[in-house]
Ligand binder design. Structure first.
Ligand code: C2E
Ligand code: MG
Ligand code: MG
Length: 685
């Protein structure tokens, strides 16, 4: 018994110590033996109860328990008594356990008392308790698995995050959380890292019990034995879905169109760039399909933007069904969609055939009506196609622009059809670019001139003129406005050109006493924030009388922000400027708008005048315009009057103001003034 590490003593029925081992002896000398007692007097012959029993004065709670325990064992009331108690040495926190076992069978003849130092065990237990608290109270989810990946334990946070209770997952593999979003290679890499380094950390998608997929930040560490073999894996994870969702939303906004969820222009250009680079390597051709809806603006204007949006969303869905998985269907905005088909073929002919097949498929996808709030709506697309990648022409013109030009050709060809970009278009594009460069010089180089065309009443009395711009190109000769006004509008050059026209016309106006001048104002020009101020300034500087200035607007400008236009017209009318609505009848107009516009005159488009005598439809429209003007209290002038018959027919409808070749062509200033002088000579002479 002396070899044991415990202190052992035998006591008799009364508690008198009969024998002790060496350790007891040694310990008693070094320390107070009994729980809570300082002075040792525990040799053989001492009554153990006297050391720690009641009335000793030195009793702590533990000493009292010890003596009561010993008594109970000696009385045969307890088979065995056990007590853990603290017993600090001057230098160390310590724990002991006291055990009392009876001697004798039925009648107890005594007992064996042992005291064992359990400090190490207590510390280990304490550590475990702490670890357990960390485990259960952690915010992070924790999963503990065996080396084979079978779940041994999870904490409360695991349940909170995943929705699975401890009972549901213990014995399972963490695979039950698999969202399917990571591939085999992902997990293979994870296991490789775990077996090689003992660690893995990263982000992954897991599926909660309720099916919701969440993003997790996960750290796995291997717990190793002394011999290096893996004992357990401990995985810590947090739910970072919110952060990931916020990031994803930012990415989505930057690269996707919010209405259709399709890639936007930015993402398309990005992919286009990648495709171009890739095709330089593998020489395979790709295609861009520019899809533009026909008459979308009309739908938007007549049924409202909400219906327009409904249509766009459905179009997006149908377009997606027309392409392969790797292809891109993007939405540039408004009614413009661009599809990018990659890796079609090395052979341009084959690639073109494939692209055409997809375009045909798109045309068929539009056969079924689209569901709008008030019922089925029939829509059609115009499609422009161009191949790109590994082509000779790549250097000159960007593919998106080529596809768009081809789309314009499809529109011009009557809509609901497809067109390929070809060399002819390329030539037009190049010519266009050259013209644009020249046009930039035109105002500075004084190449613009105004021609004046008479506006008359009755049998031909001139009341004023329309100022029509001409471009005296140094090499091309006179360029008519039809060939450059659209280009000027597109490039913004219409602003300096329009200002030049207005200034020139007003300067001229100040020279003439009685004639009015009608000046064409393009939408873009009138939409400028300072358009009112610049007209007022120009009039003031030229000293022209505002009453003699007539501005010709077109219906196309009345589509956007009518309120602003009405306000601007009102401001100019207040100083005397008058307004005529040009090309009336050809565009989109609504009676509601017309009623509110402070107009003075409607100008019947020459398209209705040309065949007014022979075409009942044209005559009917002219008649209707007359009725409309009358009800709105507006004057009417007809343009393109080339024949006496035209004038007669119009007079018969009640229209007595005319402009056209029959009364006079547009002439340069010198010729026009000569004509006026001759006329006045004739009338005075
Ligand atoms: P518009 O304002 O409708 O001008 C009438 C056009 O019809 C003019 O063509 C004129 O020369 C032409 N025309 C006049 N009488 C007859 C006729 O009896 N028969 C035929 N077949 N045509 C006739 P032009 O000068 O070529 O101008 C074309 C268009 O270019 C104009 O149409 C106008 O929209 C635009 N434009 C002309 N000058 C300007 C300008 O200074 N600024 C802006 N923004 N646009 C202009
Ligand atoms: Mg005009
Ligand atoms: Mg006109």
């Amino acid at each position: 018994m002396n070899s044991l590490s415990a202190e052992i003593a035998g006591v008799d029925r009364k508690g008198i110590i009969l024998a002790v081992n060496d350790r007891w002896q040694a310990f008693a000398v070094e320390n107070g033996l009994e729980p809570g007692q300082a002075a040792p007097s525990t040799g053989v012959g001492t009554n153990y109860f006297a050391v720690c029993g009641p009335g000793t004065g030195a009793c702590t709670g533990d000493a009292l328990s010890a003596s009561m325990g010993l008594q109970a064992v000696l009385d045969g009331r307890l088979e065995r008594f056990n007590l853990d108690y603290p017993c600090d040495s001057p230098t160390q926190e310590r724990w002991f356990t006291m055990t009392v076992m009876p001697l004798g069978q039925k009648v107890k003849t005594g007992a064996v008392i042992t005291h064992t130092d359990i400090t190490e065990r207590k510390q280990a237990e304490e550590k475990l308790r702490l670890a357990a608290r960390v485990f259960s109270d952690a915010h992070e989810g924790i999963t503990i698995t065996n080396p084979q990946g079978v779940i041994l334990d999870v904490n409360a946070a695991f349940t909170r995050i995943t929705g699975y209770s401890r009972e549901e997952v213990v014995g399972q593999n963490p695979r039950i959380l698999n969202s399917g979003r990571q591939d085999m290679a992902f997990y293979a890499a994870m296991w490789r890292s775990l077996t090689e380094t003992g660690h893995w950390s990263g982000e992954l998608w897991n599926r909660r019990k309720d099916g919701v997929v969440i993003a997790e930040l996960l750290k796995i560490s291997a717990m190793r034995n002394a011999d290096g073999s893996t004992l357990q894996y401990v995985a810590h994870f947090t739910d970072i879905s919110e952060r990931v969702t916020a990031q994803a939303r930012i990415d989505t906004l930057a690269f996707y169109d919010p209405l259709t969820n399709l890639p936007n222009r930015r993402l398309l250009l990005d992919r286009l760039d990648q495709a171009l680079h890739a095709s330089v390597r593998h020489k395979r051709k790709n295609a861009l399909l520019f899809v533009d809806l026909d008459n979308f603006k009309t739908l938007n204007d007549s049924l409202g933007h909400h219906q327009g949006d409904l249509l766009l969303v459905q179009v997006a869905q149908r377009l997606k069904t027309c392409v392969r998985d790797g292809d891109t269907v993007s939405h540039l905005g408004s009614d413009e969609f661009v599809l990018m088909l990659e890796d079609l073929s090395v052979d341009a002919m084959v690639a073109a055939n494939r692209a055409e097949a997809v375009a045909e498929k798109i045309l068929s996808a539009f056969i079924l009506v689209f569901a709008l709030d008030q019922g089925g709506h029939h829509a059609t697309p115009s499609i422009g196609i161009t191949l790109f990648g590994a082509l000779a022409l790549e250097v000159n013109e960007d593919p998106l622009r080529r596809a768009e030009l081809a789309m314009f050709q499809a529109k011009a060809a009557g809509r609901n059809t497809l067109r390929f970009f070809d060399a002819q278009m390329q030539a037009t594009v190049s010519a266009h670019a050259a013209l644009e460069a020249d046009l930039r010089e035109a105002v500075q180089a004084r190449q613009l001139v105004l021609h004046y065309q008479p506006q008359v009443v009755g049998a031909g009395r001139m009341t004023g003129v329309e100022a029509l711009v001409r471009w005296q190109h140094p090499r091309r000769g006179t360029v008519p406005p039809a060939d450059f006004i659209a280009l000027a509008e597109e490039t913004g050059l219409i602003l300096p050109i329009g200002q030049w026209v207005l200034e020139t016309a007003c300067t001229q106006l100040a020279q003439w006493a009685h004639l009015t001048i009608a000046v064409n104002v393009s939408a873009r020009q009138f939409q400028q924030a300072d358009s009112v101020a610049s007209v007022v300034d120009t009039l003031a500087r030229s000293r022209a009388r505002p009453k003699l200035l007539k501005l010709e607007l077109t219906e196309s400008m009345l589509v956007d922000d009518v309120e602003a236009i009405i306000a601007k017209m009102g401001a100019l009318k207040a100083i005397g400027v008058t307004f005529s609505l040009d090309d009336f009848g050809t565009g989109y107009w609504s009676l509601a708008y017309l009623k509110r516009l402070p107009l003075d005159q409607l100008k019947i488009d020459q398209g209705f005048v040309r065949n007014i005598v022979t075409e009942p439809n044209d005559a009917a429209i002219a008649k209707m315009i007359m009725a409309l003007a009358e009800s709105l209290g507006l004057a009417v002038i007809a343009e393109g009057v080339e024949l006496q018959a035209h004038a007669d027919f119009l007079a018969h409808l009640g229209c007595h103001a005319y402009q056209g070749h029959f009364f006079g062509r547009a002439l340069p200033l010198g010729e026009f003034e000569a004509l006026v002088a001759r006329d006045s000579d004739r009338s005075t002479g």
